[in-house]
Design a protein around this ligand. Structure first.
Ligand code: NDP
Length: 547
């Protein structure tokens, strides 16, 4: 949670600087608060466009020598940062929990564990993943040509990240960008700047040369300034509305963008599914991080034959969840991260109930022992039945602890309901028949479809992450994500340069006849057909040479 204040507001207030934060020389500041208690955690500066420009210039200057290092040398720094993360894991989990509201245990399982794995993976494997590749060029090889692609760093990558996974989302992209030889300027959400500053602090202590990872704290305007700052790519994660604004601004400058946007992810439970496993998965998939995950289970469709058993179990498991301040041991759900997000959740539940939805459990704010702030940011995990696709809770991203349940009769209907959305980030299919699971998966419009799994594949460093439809453009993570951090550089060589090319000037009638033969035979890709043109080719090439 955060409040912005201007210089005049701060005149009588003492400023504080979290570990690793730059000096507070900006006009505006952000007061960072614990969303569970409202307690002030620290203040950070709102960086101006000029400051963003200077950060990008420092990054650009530092990138030259960084890109000259070997992958092994870059990997050494990433491993050193990883060792610090591991050594300071509990302190870090507390910071993530205090700034975002999520349980500290979940900060470890969903943010720290996956990034430790990602760090070792890209530190070890980037060299192999970005090895220059020979490109088979078919019959051109018979003419003594070869092609390969090498992957060059882009320069400076701008990363704009959201508040819901304030550690894992930016850190994964920082590691991939650095390993690929880039410098990074990171603009974290104004709700969670302290965790981002911690990323900078850890890399600094790990020995990353100055300038290679600049953190520019601030709100939307600071992010907009980063898009305009002359960076070579923007990796944006956030809402669809902001993503479109970023894409428009980037397009004006021809800056490439990756957009990791929202989701309305469906879970399909077929009649042959393991109902106990599916119920646990639905509850975790919908309520982890209080449902504030782009890949949360936002809609659950159940075959009507197993819906009663599944629903009963989901409600039982939901009622057993412990909601508490995230930093306290044993909490399953913490506070939501902001009052704004909480009000969206409340509005979706209210509107659904008004149109006939039934609240099976939850439905409102939760009272938490020891929380005295005026307005609690805790929302009960809520299960809804009797929902339909006219309701906002089934169409728009709720991004909160709400699990709406709906039934279907046939596989066809299940797929139709899953695809009836403007989003396409992830989806999940539950069945004991893996063949059926994959068949359905191939028909669901989403960047990732999991069979008998939910939510977690952002945590796999090796697999691509990204959406279709309004869920975004491009990929992050895996080799496809790494390729977003580099410019492919094609090198083509002709080993028979002493011979002229048949398509060069001298468009004589014989040449035109040869071009027609090339169209009919060479362009088939068949070596046999091409041999039939060889006499014409040789006449032209050797004749040309004689001239
Ligand atoms: P926002 O779109 O509000 O913000 C995302 C980032 O963009 C923040 O750092 C924000 O700064 C910044 N920003 C705001 N305005 C601008 C602007 N005009 N130009 C450039 N940057 C700007 O998203 P949230 O932070 O609310 O994140 C929640 C959303 O993110 C959800 O829709 C969720 O689905 C999506 N998301 C997608 C993921 C994916 O992988 N597909 C993963 C996680 C979340 P500030 O916060 O300071 O305003």
């Amino acid at each position: 949670m955060a409040t912005r204040i201007t210089e005049s507001d701060t005149a009588s207030l003492q400023t504080s600087s979290p570990e690793g934060a730059p000096a507070l020389d900006a006009r505006e500041q952000i007061i960072v608060r614990d969303p569970a208690t409202g307690a002030e955690l620290a203040r950070v500066p709102v960086r101006t466009a000029e400051e963003v420009g200077r950060a990008v210039a420092r990054a650009r200057a530092a990138q030259k020598s960084w890109s000259a290092l070997s992958f092994r040398e870059r990997g050494r720094i990433v491993f050193a940062a990883r060792a610090l993360v591991l050594a300071e894991m509990d302190e870090l989990a507390q910071l993530i929990s205090r700034e975002s509201g999520k349980p500290a245990a979940e900060a470890i399982s969903m943010e720290i564990v996956p990034t430790l794995d990602l760090m070792q993976f890209f530190a070890r494997r980037t060299a192999r993943l970005l090895k220059p590749e020979r490109i088979p060029i078919g019959l051109y090889e018979l003419m003594g040509r070869t092609s390969y692609v090498e992957y060059r760093p882009l320069g400076v990558v701008g990363i704009i990240s959201p508040w819901n996974f304030p550690w894992a989302i930016p850190l994964g992209e920082v590691v991939m960008a650095l390993m690929a030889g880039n410098a990074v300027v990171l603009k974290p959400s104004e709700l969670t700047p302290l965790v981002a500053l911690k990323i900078g602090d850890m890399f600094e202590r790990a020995g990353l040369p100055a300038g290679l990872l600049e953190i520019v704290t601030g709100a939307g305007a600071t992010g907009a300034a980063l898009v305009e700052s002359g960076v070579d790519k923007i990796m944006f994660t956030g809402s669809v509305a902001t993503g479109k604004r970023v894409a428009e601004a980037a397009a004006r400058r021809l800056v490439p963008v990756v957009l990791e946007l929202g989701g309305k992810d469906p879970m399909l439970v077929f009649e042959d599914a393991d109902i106990e496993a599916a119920a646990h998965a639905a509850v975790w998939g919908a309520f982890a991080n209080s449902g504030q995950a782009c890949a949360s289970v936002e809609r659950c469709y159940i075959d009507e034959r197993v819906a009663p058993a599944f629903t009963t179990r989901v409600v039982e498991l939901t009622r057993a969840l412990k909601q508490d301040i995230g930093a306290r041991e044993g909490a399953d759900l913490g506070a939501m991260s902001s009052a704004r997000q909480l009000s969206i959740v409340e509005e979706h539940v209210r509107e659904a109930v008004e149109h006939g939805a039934r609240v099976l459990t939850g439905g409102g704010r939760a009272d938490i022992e020891g929380v005295t702030q005026d307005e609690t940011l805790f929302h009960q995990p809520t299960v809804l039945a009797d929902v339909n696709h006219t309701m906002r809770v089934m169409r728009e991203e709720t991004f909160g602890p709400v699990l709406p349940l709906m039934t279907f009769k046939t596989e066809e209907e299940a797929v139709r309901l899953a695809n009836d959305s403007e989003f396409g980030l992830t989806a999940s299919v539950w069945t004991r028949d893996i063949g059926r699971g994959r068949r359905v998966a191939s028909r669901v419009e989403a960047g990732t479809v999991m069979v008998n799994e939910v939510l977690y594949t952002h945590g796999i460093a090796q697999t691509p992450w990204g959406g279709v439809k309004e869920s975004g453009l491009g990929r992050t993570h895996g080799r496809l994500g790494l390729l977003e951090m580099v410019a492919p550089h094609h090198v083509h060589t002709n080993r028979l340069a002493r011979l002229p090319d048949v398509w060069w000037f001298g468009y004589t009638p014989q040449a035109a006849a040869l071009f027609r033969s090339l169209a009919r035979r060479f362009a088939t890709g068949s070596a046999l057909q091409t041999t039939l043109v060889m006499p014409q080719i040789l006449r032209r090439v050797l004749g040309g040479k004689k001239k």
